[in-house]
Design a protein. Sequence first.
Length: 429
Amino acid sequence: MTALQDTATSIREMGVRAKAAGRVLRSLSTARKVGALRAIAAELRAREGEIVQANAQDVLAAQEAGLPEHMIARLRLDAAALSMVAADVEAVSRLPDPVGETTGAQTQPSGIQVSQRRVPLGVLGVIYESRPNVTVDVAALALMSGNAVILRGGKETVHSNAALEGAIRAALEAQNLPADAVQVIHDPVRERMRELLRLDDLVDAIIPRGGAGLHRYCVENATVPVIVGGIGVVHIYLDASFTRDPADVGRAAEIVVNAKVQKPSACNALDTLLLDRDALPALPDITRALLENGVEVRADAEAWGALQDAGIMVTPADAADYGTEFLALTASLKVVSGLEEALDFIAAHGNHTDVILTRDTAQAERFIQDVDSAAVIVNASPRFNDGGQLGLGAEVAISTQKLHARGPMGLRELTTTKWVIVGEGQIRG
């Protein structure tokens, strides 16, 4: 489907086709779904030149439009990156298929046999921004979980997404499966997205993947249920017990640097380091490590004073530096009086990923129980809150809401359940 064809194919027509394709997908065997994903991976490799050339058009347009380099880096899809995307599709094909899983089987006093069976959600609408690999990742997860999907990428990826969609649809047709199981909206105007958000009779869930503005727009304009996620402030609380051994101070610095530097634009990258006042002697080493990696450090008055005494100059923090998702090489520091103050601070500002570094098992357990976030981590980087790292293979998004799914959304999170009741002529008295 080309961008021109989008004007002739309405969003409603796409929804009707997706609904019909979803009826086929929900009854597919695991073997058929695996075969489809392997065919997609092969088609992506076969069309490498076409896809890379299409991506080059998007990259050139982004450069001419003056997009910052970090956004262009997200957009770029060269041969090596495309090979990794194809490998990721094959990795999804090797994951356990959740569809058809039966739980809770029991026989009631009436003699009826009841159970719950896991089934696909149906038709997904996924809205995302400038990463073309998301087009393939989401398509693979949707297909393996038996869902049809309508994808709406950003205007920066129009050519890339068209080429990727062409490969996916060709592979599905070659497997005698409905190509309309994966459809991309090529028209980038916001009105097309709004039409998708209001297609509640055909689309079962909207999953936005992007910044706070995109999520807010979806929630405010959708009549389809929206699964919100991917935004939120990430904290690390450094307990004094993790600083008594010099080796632990080194480990803390390594974790904090990884949390901020490894991928600063990720939603699970560190925003605020909370420091137990008794751990202040470790702050210079940790701050030096951040500064050496190009991080702008913004410190509250107590941390700023301690660092100045150590000959380390950082930026004084203001109120806006707390509760802010930076998505860049910027981090804030705040000194707290201990675990209780850290918990209160996180309760006011967090809900995504929060970490405690401690050698006190009671403190760790209290943190796990009290912090109400999508992921709580002890003595490791928040960057592990990721579908691949948690054994899900891949993810559509990281949900920070509480209904239906929370945390990384992999295959299982793209399914729901239905009750199956089997009787032998029973009637209710």
